[in-house]
Structure formats: structure tokens, C-alpha cells
Design a protein around this ligand. Structure first.
Ligand code: FIX
Ligand code: ZN
Length: 415
């Protein structure tokens, strides 16, 4: 067993990861790139946990400066209680990997360390420490903050673009903007509007060099659906995905603003319809779908559905699933049902430094479960050698994504 562990450990250390879904930005995007300890502490996962203890009205918390919010999170979650939640542990892993002494509990020392690091150096160190080679951003054409960069294009090859469609799919607020930008659309989705939306999507794929398109959708979303959203997806998004030969990432199960007073801290989850995934994959065999589902209850049926459709790529342990116990359970089930033909993880990092802990924690679990699976086949006499381990780990952490994006047969992994 130890030999297998050693081979996996080596392969994981040597494989350069492609992180297919993050909310990170390259330095070209200026203030949109979040980094450093105050951004780590004010991450919405941690802010939500702070609200469970802190005796402060929500609106008062949101009115604080970032530094004041970070002070409150630190005091509440790290000093007044033990930082054992996954998000808290993530901060400690990150600080420790930078060589900082977490036992000092000296927040100002950590601040000084990050303040002294220029953005470029910071990106390089984080990519090095996390083993990440490149990340995919989440790029929304309706986000004014990104707009200026796209006028000239983004050039850092380590940061790929993904065209995010959530704003476009909210037609009521999207169409007046499209009209303002010179697309001939109106409030109802007419044949003319359909053509113009397709033109808009294609324009942005080109402008961003988007690797794929993506949308997050609520638990009650279904296809086919007699709604503007359903029509936009079936009549605009999927046809352009097929024409351009790029996948559509469908992120199912997010229930936005369950507690509106908490803003983005107030998002939750619900079980989604697997029939919608079956319908998309069967109706559009020429389209490729990358699917992640937020509810634990959807994970088994999603794996089974992936066995039925080669145009479906399961990815990641998203958001509330990105916890060690759930990653382990889900990854083990995926290996058992899909072999290595899935993408076990993405980070969803919003703060640069989170790449360090999110990948360190996930790699440890993926490696452990993989070792168990190799050991099972080794006991029957199947030889597990270094070259095969290297190939499999490379597929899981990078190759499966790239082959799927390019439309290459996923079975190419076994060549
Ligand atoms: O929709 C998404 O891409 C989600 O990942 C985010 O909206 C969410 O806030 C998040 O950060 C989850 O990890
Ligand atoms: Zn996300």
C-alpha cells in the first residue's frame, strides 16, 4: 500500500492543475483580484459563520470596512471559538503554507506579510504553492467592473475566461442593456431577439476567448420549460455552444437569497431535477455539458446519468459540498461508477490565496481514495505502476477538462 501511496503522492506533486471554475481575476483586472488575509477572512463562507455567533445586526456588519469585518471574523471565529470549520481551517492551512506561524495568532503580522507582496509575485507564489498551472475565471459581460479590461482583452495566459450567463438569462433586466449595446431585442423573446442574443453570445465568446459558457440555476429549474429562461437556453445558448464547439457548464441547485438580509451570504441549496440533465444530454447529443449539482442528494443520480451520456462531464464538489467528509464520499462513489472519467474538483476560489488550501485539502482526499481503489485491484494481481498512476492523476487534475473542452474523446485518457 505504501508504494501506491508514494506513487500517487509523487504524481499529485508533479501534476500541474487546471482549476476549471474560480471567481479569481488576473492582475489586469485591478481591484477585482482579491488577495491577502483580510480578503481571506471576509470570504462569504466565513462571514456567514461569523453571523451565527456575533452579536451584531447584519446591516451593521455590511457597513464596516473590510478591515473591521476581518477583525470581527478573526475575533469571533478564531479567538473566541476554535477554528475547526472547513473555511476556518482553510485560512490556517493557507497561512501555514506561506510559512507564517499560526500559533502566534497575530493578525497584524499576517497583514504585514501580505501587504509587502506585489500582485505578480503573489500570483506566482500561490500558483507554485498550490500546484495550479491555470485557472478559469467567471466572466459576466454585464459586470461593469470587467468591461474596461475586455475592451483591450485580457492577456495573462494563466487566467482563462468562461462566459457566465446568469445575468443574460434574467431577461427582464438583460434586454434593456442589450438594446442599449446595439442589439435589436425587445422584452419578448421574438425570432429577431433570438438571433440577436446568439450574436451577443458569439461576440462575447470571441472577445473573451471563452473556453466554455456557464450558468447557475435554481432547484426548480427544468428543461423543457415554458419560460423565457428555458427558451434562451434551448434556442440561443445551446445552438451557439454547438456552433462554436464549446461546452456549457450547468450548475444546478442554488437557491439564491433564502435569507435576503444576508445578501450573498444568504444563498442556499435544494435538490434539482436529474430529468433536466437527462433531457439536455439526450436532446442535444452534439452539445457537451459539464454539470455540477449542489445538493448531496443529487450526487448518485448524476453519476448514473454520466454513465448514460458521453456528452456529460461531471465536475467538482461545489460550495456546500466542498468539505472533507462530502468530498471523500462523493469522490469514492464517482470512482466506483465512472472510473477516472470525471473531474473531481474545482476550487471556486474567490480569493487568490484560497487556491492553496482548497487544492491542498482536496488533493489529499482524492489521493487517499485513489490509493484505496488501486489497492483493491492490486489485490487481484493487477499491476499498478508509476506510469499508469501518473496518467490517471494527470487526467483527473487537468487532462479530462482539456479533452472535454476540445471535444476529444475522454477515453483518450487510456491511450
Ligand atoms: O454561482 C457560483 O458560481 C457560486 O459558486 C457562487 O455564486 C458562490 O457564491 C460561491 O462562491 C460558491 O463557492
Ligand atoms: Zn462559483
Amino acid at each position: 500500500m505504501w508504494r501506491v501511496f508514494a506513487m500517487i503522492d509523487k504524481a499529485i506533486r508533479e501534476t500541474r492543475i487546471t482549476d476549471l471554475h474560480t471567481h479569481l481575476y488576473s492582475a489586469e483586472f485591478g481591484g477585482l483580484l482579491l488577495r491577502g488575509v483580510d480578503d481571506l477572512l471576509t470570504y462569504h463562507y466565513l462571514a456567514a459563520e461569523t453571523m451565527r455567533w456575533a452579536d451584531i445586526p447584519y446591516e451593521k456588519y455590511f457597513a464596516l470596512t473590510k478591515r473591521e469585518q476581518a477583525d470581527l471574523v478573526w475575533k469571533t471565529l478564531f479567538l473566541s471559538h476554535s477554528p475547526i470549520s472547513e473555511s476556518c481551517r482553510g485560512v490556517l492551512t493557507t497561512l501555514a503554507k506561506f510559512g507564517l506561524d499560526v500559533s502566534s495568532k497575530d493578525l497584524n503580522e499576517y497583514r504585514a506579510f501580505f501587504d509587502a507582496m506585489p500582485a505578480e509575485e503573489h500570483i506566482e507564489r500561490v500558483f507554485e504553492l498550490s500546484g495550479v498551472e491555470s485557472v478559469v475565471m467567471t466572466n459576466d459581460p454585464f459586470d461593469a467592473g470587467e468591461g474596461a479590461v475586455w475592451e483591450h482583452g485580457a492577456h495573462d495566459a494563466r487566467f482563462h475566461a468562461a462566459l457566465r450567463l446568469d445575468s443574460l438569462l434574467s431577461w427582464e433586466t438583460a434586454w434593456p442593456k442589450l438594446a442599449e449595446w446595439g442589439y435589436d431585442v425587445d422584452d419578448s423573446v421574438t425570432a429577431k431577439s433570438i438571433e440577436e442574443v446568439k450574436r451577443f453570445i458569439a461576440d462575447w465568446i470571441d472577445r473573451m476567448g471563452a473556453l466554455y459558457m456557464a450558468a447557475s440555476l435554481p432547484p426548480d429549474f427544468t428543461l423543457p420549460e415554458d419560460s423565457t429562461r428555458g427558451r434562451l437556453i434551448e434556442e440561443c445558448v445551446i445552438p451557439v455552444a454547438c456552433e462554436r464547439g464549446i461546452p456549457l457548464a450547468v450548475m444546478l441547485g442554488v437557491k439564491r437569497l433564502v435569507n435576503p438580509a444576508l445578501g450573498m451570504l444568504g444563498d442556499s441549496l435544494g435538490r434539482s431535477s436529474i430529468e433536466t440533465v437527462e433531457y439536455m444530454c439526450a436532446k442535444y447529443p452534439d452539445a457537451r455539458f459539464m454539470v455540477t449539482m449542489l445538493s448531496r442528494e443529487n450526487q448518485h443520480e448524476l453519476c448514473v446519468t454520466a454513465r448514460k451520456f458521453r456528452n456529460l462531464m461531471v465536475f467538482g464538489c461545489w460550495w456546500f459540498l466542498n468539505n472533507p467528509s462530502l468530498i471523500e464520499e462523493i469522490t469514492r462513489m464517482r470512482f466506483e461508477l465512472l472510473g477516472e472519467s470525471f473531474i473531481p474538483q474545482h476550487s471556486d476560489a474567490r480569493v487568490l490565496d484560497q487556491l492553496i488550501y482548497k487544492w491542498s485539502h482536496s488533493k489529499e482526499i482524492i489521493g487517499r481514495v485513489l490509493a484505496e481503489k488501486y489497492e483493491d485491484i492490486r489485490l487481484s494481481g493487477w499491476p499498478v505502476n508509476e506510469a499508469d498512476v501518473k496518467r490517471d492523476v494527470e487526467s483527473l487534475l487537468s487532462g479530462n477538462f482539456w479533452r472535454f473542452v476540445k471535444g476529444e474523446d475522454v477515453s483518450a485518457v487510456s491511450r
